[in-house]
Design a protein around this ligand. Structure first.
Ligand SMILES: CCCCCCCC/C=C\CCCCCCCC(=O)SCCNC(=O)CCNC(=O)[C@H](O)C(C)(C)COP(=O)(O)OP(=O)(O)OC[C@H]1O[C@@H](n2cnc3c(N)ncnc32)[C@H](O)[C@@H]1OP(=O)(O)O
Length: 210
């Protein structure tokens, strides 16, 4: 998918665009590069390569690391994970989240965990699911206000296995706000099956709080 196709996909609403502020433009093709990296990680996870492939791949990857290392910039100038206009924010740590509908109070989207996120026996790793919940609730908590918040706790219940390679539905919503505290909930479903649900407390940061 090109960056233009990415940008026109229904992955974030105007509401989120408005409140989340500016995103770094980055070079053309950045989103496609991250997509390729995601596919690559899935392929690495699924493959059983021979010795020659392992040696060649190790050499190629080391070559790319030495090209990238001199290009490192401070956090504020980074593109990785800062492209909030792209599904998945231009990062590969958590699975690519597509936002289908969002307001300041709730959000609905879809996600597919690739082979990279396999825990065992066809089920997604139990650490990858809280990562996704933190991603969607963290963004939602910060969407309706300019006052930033951080996750204080994130409680996750795993209700049934979360399958690899299937398109799943995810929702998040505000339960209530009380002073600096924002309580949000989310669930992840495979059709009619509830895979996991989460409750997160986000605490609004005071001025100067990191
Ligand atoms: C800059 C932030 C992000 C911005 C996002 C930008 C836009 C979105 C774009 C892309 C983002 C994509 C999505 C990813 C983002 C997800 C967010 C994260 O994952 S953040 C990383 C993980 N979290 C931490 O590292 C926190 C570490 N902890 C802390 O910094 C503090 O403990 C903090 C801020 C959470 C609270 O500390 P205090 O000193 O400010 O506040 P006190 O006075 O302790 O608590 C205030 C109230 O909250 C309750 N509280 C605090 N922690 C609690 C807990 N664990 N359980 C229950 N209650 C708790 C307290 O009891 C108190 O309640 P009473 O006012 O007395 O009623």
């Amino acid at each position: 998918m090109s960056d233009e196709e990415h940008a026109s996909a229904p992955h974030w609403s105007e509401t989120w665009r408005g409140v989340e502020g500016q995103v770094p433009a980055g070079p053309a093709g950045y989103g496609a590069m991250i997509d390729t990296l995601r596919t690559f990680l899935d392929d690495v996870a699924a493959a059983s390569p021979d010795e020659a492939i392992v040696a060649a791949l190790t050499q190629d990857m080391a070559g790319w690391s030495s090209k990238l290392r001199p290009l490192a910039v401070p956090e504020a100038e980074r593109i990785f994970a800062h492209r909030r206009d792209l599904p998945g924010r231009g990062q590969t740590m958590s699975p690519q989240l597509f936002i289908d509908e969002a307001s300041a109070e709730s959000v609905r989207g879809h996600v597919t965990f690739g082979d990279y996120y396999l825990g065992g026996n066809g089920a997604v790793h139990g650490g990858a699911i809280p990562l996704l919940f933190d991603e969607i609730l963290g963004r939602l908590s910060n969407a309706g206000t300019q006052k930033r918040s951080r996750t204080a706790f994130l409680h996750v219940d795993f209700r049934s296995i979360t399958p690899i390679g299937k398109r799943l539905q995810i929702r998040g919503w505000f339960e209530y706000e009380e002073g600096r505290k924002r309580l949000l909930k989310a669930d992840l479903r495979d059709g009619d099956t509830l895979c996991a649900e989460a409750e997160g407390l986000f605490v609004e940061l005071r001025p100067g709080q990191p």
